[in-house]
Ligand binder design. Structure first.
Ligand code: IMP
Length: 201
């Protein structure tokens, strides 16, 4: 596939890091992240998932002088106009996702709408120190449960039920989640790109 067997993932988010490692490890790709090397903390000033993923990937690529990937992701809920969307991480008070889920369930309830449709979106950007980049998108549709269930995963997993299932993402083991999740789908596109292009890394 590619010459290098290492890729830098510009993140400090343990949930994301373990999902990405689990998907890339069987392909012989070692993932280095904020747990292993210095990844700059940057302000996510973009208005889209792609812009924010680019900001994160480029800052790390410049710092390490190597190609880096970053993911920006979020939960988009139809009944409240696609919120919290690109602001998902900041929607939770003090980044406490238990409180974030309670806030979201309350906000949906206050709309008096029966529409519980939602999707998780993810954009992975591969950026080079010179600013060049390539992006890969993934999405999973589903609905917002009326209460939290499950202990696995991270973030808003306990209230997201993917279409075709009756369980929340927090009741999926990681392998099962990675096969259908927004991040898993974006990563599959990234892997395809690596497979088709020898000199990516
Ligand atoms: P950011 O990409 O760092 O801006 O953070 C996105 C936020 O969206 C995360 O901190 C989680 O709260 C949420 N999120 C993204 N992907 C997932 C997922 O797979 N499960 C649950 N929550 C997620």
């Amino acid at each position: 596939m590619q010459k290098s067997k290492k890729i830098i993932f510009a993140s400090h988010n343990k949930g994301k890091i373990s999902e990405i490692k689990e998907i890339l490890y069987p392909l012989g790709i070692t993932v280095l992240s904020g747990e292993d090397i210095e990844i700059p903390e940057v302000e996510e000033t973009g208005k889209t998932f792609e812009e924010n993923a680019y900001i994160k990937a480029l800052a790390a690529a410049k710092k390490q002088n190597l190609p880096c990937i970053a993911d920006d992701s979020g939960l988009c809920v139809d009944a409240i106009g696609g919120k919290p969307g690109v602001y998902t991480a900041r929607y939770a008070p003090n980044r406490n996702f238990e409180m974030g889920m309670d806030k979201l369930l309350k906000e949906i309830k206050e709309t008096n709408s029966n529409n519980r449709a939602a999707h998780f979106a993810c954009v992975i950007v591969l950026a080079y120190p010179n600013g060049n980049f390539k992006s890969f998108e993934g999405r999973v549709d589903g609905s917002i449960a009326t209460q939290k269930t499950g202990k696995l995963g991270f973030g808003y997993d306990p209230i997201f039920i993917p279409t075709g299932f009756t369980r929340s993402f927090a009741e999926f083991d990681s392998d099962e989640k990675n096969k259908i999740s927004h991040r898993g789908r974006a990563l599959q596109k990234f892997i395809q790109y690596l497979t088709e292009n020898e000199d990516v890394l």
